[in-house]
Ligand binder design. Structure first.
Ligand code: PGA
Length: 251
């Protein structure tokens, strides 16, 4: 049994006060981690504050990190620092980082290795553009992203990675992939993991859907056999709607 995950990606939203208010609102509400993993990924300067106040069943994630351990990389955040302040998860290779910050597949691969080295659970994002989907190239594209991202990782390491399938055309657009589209591509990713590693790895890796997930569509998505949860932007900003997503993953 794969434990479902609901991960909020706040992106560049919320001040410290707003973030703390949110965490206090959800702390007592979230189900036990053996039933659903509840994660909030916030901007770097407030991660420590959130970790200090996280409820027993809430975990905090970063939205990015650098692949080097330390050095002259002005403005970047290191994996050892994230580990040191008690962060548990880190989003790697979000499409916004690939698009606006030129994050390459090679960097994504190096970041995955580095996150695992410092005991952070990486949430690896993959997903195609509308153009790619319309030209029927989704599987080839996503398959190449997965292969490049996982290069050099052993199967024991891959079991600890969470993958988020996020079609770019569904992010922040209000256009969700249908349940079938999401499940089909996620089933394909799972099959590729099985081909690259083995069936045990394929069965244990958690794969989330992301892209305009909301309380109105989460139930249908969670019913799909290959979807293990969601990475959520917009609908994770409000504590009430975030809790509705967590509850849907639990039930
Ligand atoms: P969205 O964002 O839920 O606002 O579409 C998802 C994401 O970017 O992870």
């Amino acid at each position: 049994m794969r434990i479902p995950i609901i991960a909020g990606n706040w992106k560049m939203h919320k001040t410290r006060d707003e973030a703390l208010q949110f965490i206090y609102a959800i702390n007592m509400e979230v189900p036990k981690r053996e039933y659903v993993e509840t994660v909030v990924c916030a901007q770097a300067p407030i991660l420590r504050d959130l970790v200090k106040r996280q409820g027993e069943n809430v975990r905090i994630g970063a939205q990015n990190m650098h692949q080097e351990t330390e050095g002259a990389y002005t403005g970047e955040v290191s994996a050892p620092l994230l580990e040191n302040i008690g962060v548990d998860y880190v989003i790697i290779g979000h499409s916004e980082r690939r698009q606006y910050f030129n994050e390459t597949d090679e960097a994504v691969n190096a970041k995955l290795h580095q996150a695992l080295r410092f005991n952070l659970v990486p949430i690896l994002c993959v997903g195609e553009s509308l153009e790619t989907r319309e030209s029927d190239a989704t599987e080839n594209y996503v398959s190449a992203q997965i292969e490049k991202a996982l290069m050099g990782l052993g199967k024991e390491q891959v079991k600890d990675i969470v993958i988020a399938y996020e079609p770019i055309w569904a992010i922040g657009t209000g256009k969700t992939a249908t349940n079938e589209q999401a499940n089909e591509t996620i089933a394909f990713i799972r099959k590729r993991i099985g081909e690259i590693y083995d069936s045990e790895t394929m069965e244990s890796v958690r794969i989330l859907y992301g892209g305009s997930v909301k309380p109105e569509n989460i139930v249908g998505l969670m019913k799909e056999p290959h979807i293990d949860g969601a990475l959520v932007g917009g609908a994770s900003l409000n504590a009430k709607s975030f809790m509705q997503l967590v509850d849907a993953a639990f039930n």
